[in-house]
Design a protein around this ligand. Sequence first.
Ligand code: HEM
Ligand SMILES: CC(C)=CCC/C(C)=C/CC/C(C)=C/COP(=O)(O)OP(=O)(O)O
Length: 286
Amino acid sequence: MGDRLRSYLSLAKPRILLLVGLTGLAAMVLEGSLLTDPMRFAGVLLGILLAGAAANALNQYWDRDIDGIMARTRSKRPIPAGRISPRAALIFSLVCGLAALWLLQTAGGMPAALLGLATMAFYVLIYTVWLKRRTRLNIVIGGVAGAAPPLIAWVAGAGELGLVPLLMFLVILLWTPPHFWALALCLKEEYARAGIPMLPVVAGEQKTCTQITAYVVLLLPSTVWLGISADLSWLYFIGATLLGLNLVRRVHALRRHRDRQAARALFNYSIFYLAALFFLMLPPQW
Ligand code: HEM
Ligand SMILES: CC(C)=CCC/C(C)=C/CC/C(C)=C/COP(=O)(O)OP(=O)(O)O
């Protein structure tokens, strides 16, 4: 792959998009009505991925100052690394965003396109521009954008929302704080240096661990509620229970040791947890 292409791909944050795509895919499969129309199905999925790419690229455009301060992002992100100019990143976002809206509108209808637009606007304007640098609740509220893809996917097929997509939304929303605060615990000093009020920076490690625990306690019954509402298979319930027990085990280890190793382990596991949970929602014949 050419260097330039690779830089643009990293602007889209492809690994995050894979998981975003999986959450959208699961919603489309559970909703079901686009399964008989492969073109529309693919159009909606690609639309969600392109909306995510546009949002991620705009996030990096706006955050290029702080991404240049933090060691985690300084050399890896294409704008601070000097591999892509801010202007080119802006054009990339615009092209991806417009393509996303066109695809969502043609393959999923106007409500899906509007939800896609609202999600991008929420992530970029509410989270990145407004809240990220101002409040410790930044990611709790920002999580709304990350949790929205199942809503877009569902509306594209059904034309309206229902309890099942709202519970998928809730599961991702409750998962986001433990996902991110585990990493923020590892990178506390870096976030402090960049002047970002992430919870471990402003409230300390103990309070962050308590908050992580609270979100996990709410998350686990929500995954069961989702399974019941969507009438999922016993495989899902067994999987969700085992995944949940493992999550609790890692949170417990973090509370006991409160060190970087336990926090990093929880962060890595959080990604596996959500991927496996949504994978289990796909029916076995898939
Ligand atoms: C406001 C919400 C969120 C915040 C603040 C957040 C933050 C982060 C951060 C800072 C990283 C580390 C990236 C890096 O290494 O540079 C990360 C990684 C990751 N996040 Fe999130 N995240 C959020 C929501 C989500 C959502 C909704 C998903 C998917 C459904 C997701 C999936 C992932 C994945 C797959 C990785 C690993 C990426 C990699 O290794 O490149 N995150 N997240
Ligand atoms: C359909 C659609 C528009 C979906 C949106 C999905 C989405 C963009 C989820 C947010 C994921 C994420 C990496 C947040 C981190 O932001 P950050 O700025 O805190 O992380 P950073 O410091 O690593 O840049």
